[in-house]
Design a protein around this ligand. Structure first.
Ligand SMILES: Cc1cc2nc3c(=O)[nH]c(=O)nc-3n(C[C@H](O)[C@H](O)[C@H](O)COP(=O)(O)O)c2cc1C
Length: 330
């Protein structure tokens, strides 16, 4: 089901259990009368999560999924109250937000992820900036935990080539009054820089987290990262590609902390060490390019396991991992 009964373009493919890629099946446009039931499903999901002890919920309204299919006019061809104008296309998202927020019972327990400037899975819009700004003006009326925005860098497409650098999301940063999380192609360094410069409050990581299950720790000690293996993305395997990347060994961790302390000490004393210690977990090679993630983890350096006294940076940006299931990101 979708906002439309039009098929996705044939270059949008899904990975099957046997590893082959196929086109998506033909969608069925939801009847107007069915939409309240969809909103209720989100409400029920929130209820189940709350009763199961979840601290909060992130509503996914991006990446070409159902809610994004309502938001974007490249897909949404409806003529009812859920199609046409930007206000109408945002309607179901705001209804879901209202329902989930009410179910969570307290302010700041609900978050939302949107990707107005991403052309993923056929979810294109003729005016993504106007769409994003309108949505944000509505989100500003709520007390959300955070707004999570995915940027074009995650697939290098972007909406009509409009935005191809993180800095271009500044327009949304300026418009949003709450906590902003940004995602897409970030490294430790670019994430820290974005937070330091005020471009975001949180950064989420996808690929880097998949290939580095101990990513927060590696970031904290500035360790080398495992490279991700693209061929194992989106598999239907339980294990391969998701749970088979190695963590640092205890020895590597303690060496990493020691090296970090040495580097910081020498930086304080104005000396430069000849190169910095690089840790290599051994199994998956090395590199610090973008990679991936399975769990949602929010942390800062104060929450990381560390020897005493723990090295602290003067400013400790929050970092987060993205949830990942299966899709077709680069
Ligand atoms: C293997 C893989 C699976 C993913 N699955 C999903 C998914 O199911 N839903 C989703 O919204 N994003 C998914 N993503 C996208 C990530 O959440 C994230 O937005 C993207 O990887 C960009 O962040 P990165 O540059 O840090 O990897 C997936 C990414 C990868 C690499």
């Amino acid at each position: 089901m979708s906002s439309t009964s039009q098929r996705l373009p044939s270059d949008c493919t899904i990975r099957l259990p046997n590893g082959a890629f196929d086109t998506y099946s033909e969608p069925r446009a939801l009847e107007t009368s069915e939409i309240a039931g969809i909103v209720d499903q989100f409400r029920n999901a929130a209820c189940n999560a709350r009763r199961a002890g979840f601290d909060g919920i992130e509503i996914h309204a991006g990446h070409g999924y159902l809610l994004d299919q309502f938001l974007k006019d490249g897909i949404n061809d409806r003529t009812d109250a859920y199609g046409g104008s930007i206000e109408n296309r945002c309607r179901v998202v705001l209804e879901v937000l209202e329902a989930v927020d009410a179910e969570m019972g307290r302010e700041g327990r609900t978050a939302i992820r949107i990707s107005p400037v991403i052309d993923h899975l056929g979810a294109t819009d003729s005016d993504p900036v106007a769409l994003g700004l309108h949505l944000i003006s509505e989100l500003n009326k709520k007390k959300l935990a955070y707004l999570h925005m995915t940027e074009p860098r995650f697939n290098n497409k972007g909406a009509s080539g409009l935005m191809d650098t993180a800095d271009d999301c500044g327009i949304f940063r300026d418009a949003y009054n709450g906590v902003l999380m940004r995602s897409g192609g970030y490294t430790r360094e670019s994430g820290m820089e974005t937070i330091r410069s005020g471009g975001a409050d949180l950064i989420s990581f996808g690929r880097l987290f998949i290939s580095n299950p101990d990513l927060p720790l590696r970031f904290a000690i500035e360790s080398k990262l495992n490279e991700y293996d693209r061929s194992t993305f989106y598999t239907h395997e339980q294990y391969e590609g998701y749970l088979d990347y190695p963590c640092l060994s205890e020895k590597e961790v303690s060496e990493g902390w020691a090296a970090l302390r040495r580097r910081r000490k020498s930086a304080r004393s104005g000396r430069t060490l000849p190169g910095s210690l690089r840790l290599n977990s051994g199994a998956s090679g090395s590199g610090s390019g973008p990679s991936c993630g399975g769990q949602r983890v929010l942390y800062n350096n104060n929450m990381l396991p560390s020897p005493s006294p723990s090295p602290r940076t003067p400013h400790t940006p929050l970092l987060a991992a993205s949830p990942t299931l299966y899709s077709s990101y680069d």
